[in-house]
Ligand binder design. Structure first.
Ligand code: EPZ
Length: 416
């Protein structure tokens, strides 16, 4: 278990480049199974979850290796095997392999990825979408046996705009004869990036970013070069750090469109927000104002992956804020940890009421999930004294080296 030792009283100032997006890289890595020629991925972040996905791909026989900063994936010799259980359970995104495996091998065997600390994480919408496409799925003792021999085009209606279920359906449907329509699709930018990649492989996918996506098989898949989009959540995390510490942070390589709802909340709490063609800058106030109401919703609503960071901001704001977590049923673990630092909040189901305090004090706290852990680091920057955040390896799942980035902006964080 590694930990981060954060010295309080830091103010974040400076410029930083947004890294490649974890939540775009993971489905795109799974989609490389659909390319029968080697693929070159640029801007792929070197994160824990990405490393585990690479191991899963290699367990299927894919050759995956770094060539400088580019990740090369050669899936030509991939075959359908039962993937190692410990890897499947290590990352939720192993479920993204179902769709491409069914499309490529006409069958797939996978363990249901199970929950994590933010919620039960069921996969019923994935299963329903694949069954709509004619995939026969037998669930036995937590393992899914999928038979895609009769894969067929269909109109799929998702009961909820699930990001993963949308992406799985897109990747399975490219091998179905005819036109598949995915209704009530997730509109996240990472879904658009996956669409772009699938089109580069020669498939016909359109409509991503809207609630209706159309997928048609394409010509023989060819090789492709793709640059992963930038990570809007990592960018939002560092901008939030400027708001919490009263600093001035400019994140390069990110477009303001990706952060719409986050920028409006940063503005609401008193930040000056400046945007350009490919950068976003936040200049924090001495002390942020409360946020009357933050409600997490599917894109373009406020992202659930920024909820914990906003919670940390509200913890030091002037006044009382309300946060409603509508997407995951158990994503407030950071509340108790922030209370250990002197934060005042009360959580009742999906609603958190946060009474801003003038002063936080350093404490020993635990990261329960990757965004909650990042939020604790941000709060510790403003706290008085030293904070030890345990579970740094959980934060590493979504941040390449959070201490490297924040120290470059003026923080003092040591990994132990
Ligand atoms: C993706 O998870 C992201 N992960 C999550 O990011 C993100 O929080 C989430 O989308 C929402 O934006 C990746 O892309 C790898 P969902 P995913 O399916 O696809 C319920 C991070 O911190 N649901 O949109 O799993 C589910 O329980 C991570 O980077 C079902 O009920 O999210 C949740 O309540 C955390 N049945 C809601 O839908 C299903 O079959 C949203 O889940 C699938 C989901």
């Amino acid at each position: 278990m590694s930990q981060l030792i954060v010295t309080g009283g830091s103010i974040l100032n400076g410029e930083i480049n947004a890294p490649g997006a974890k939540n775009a890289a993971l489905p795109i890595l799974a989609a490389t199974l659909l390319a029968k020629e080697p693929v070159c991925l640029n801007g792929c972040p070197k994160l824990g979850d990405v490393k585990n996905m690479i191991k899963l791909m290699q367990s299927l026989g894919c050759k995956v290796f770094w060539e400088g900063e580019a990740l090369i994936v050669d899936s030509r010799s991939a075959q359908c095997h039962e993937m190692p259980d410990h890897l499947l359970k290590a990352i939720r995104s192993s479920i993204f392999l179902l769709g491409p495996m069914v499309a490529r091998f006409k069958k797939a065997i996978a363990t249901s990825p199970g929950g994590c600390d933010i919620g039960r994480r069921p996969i019923d919408l994935h299963i329903k979408a694949l069954r709509s496409l004619g995939v026969v799925i037998d669930e036995r003792h937590g393992t899914l046996y999928c038979d895609g021999e009769n894969l067929r085009a269909a109109t799929i209606h998702l009961d909820y705009p699930s990001v993963g279920a949308t992406e799985n359906a897109m990747m399975a449907a490219v091998a179905a004869n005819g036109e598949t329509i995915i209704q009530n699709a997730a509109r996240e930018p990472e879904v658009v990036d996956l669409q772009e990649f699938l089109c580069k492989l020669g498939y016909h996918v359109q409509g991503a970013g809207s609630s209706e996506i159309c997928v048609r098989p394409g010509c023989a898949p060819k090789s492709a070069k793709h640059t992963i989009m930038r990570d809007r959540i990592v960018a939002g995390t560092y901008l939030c750090g400027a708001a919490i510490t009263g600093g001035d942070v400019c994140v390069r390589g990110i477009h303001k469109e990706l952060l719409g709802s986050v920028l409006s909340k940063l503005h609401e709490c008193g930040c000056e927000v400046e945007t350009g063609r490919d950068y976003v800058r936040a200049i924090g106030p001495k002390r942020p104002q409360e946020l009357k109401r933050v409600e997490t919703l599917p894109y373009p609503g406020f992202p659930t992956d920024m909820q914990a960071q906003m919670f940390a901001l509200c913890t030091v704001a002037e006044g009382t804020s309300v946060i409603v977590e509508n997407v995951f049923e158990n994503r407030f673990h950071h509340a108790a940890e922030l209370s250990r630092m002197g934060g005042e909040n009360s959580v009742n189901g999906s609603i958190a009421v946060i009474r801003g305090v003038k002063k936080l004090t350093g404490a020993l706290v635990d990261a329960w999930d990757l965004r909650g852990g990042a939020a604790l680091v941000l709060a510790a920057l403003r706290a008085e004294g030293e904070t030890i955040v345990r579970g740094a390896q959980i934060i590493d799942r979504g941040y390449e080296a959070i201490e490297r980035d924040l120290n470059a902006l003026g923080a003092t964080i040591v990994r132990a």
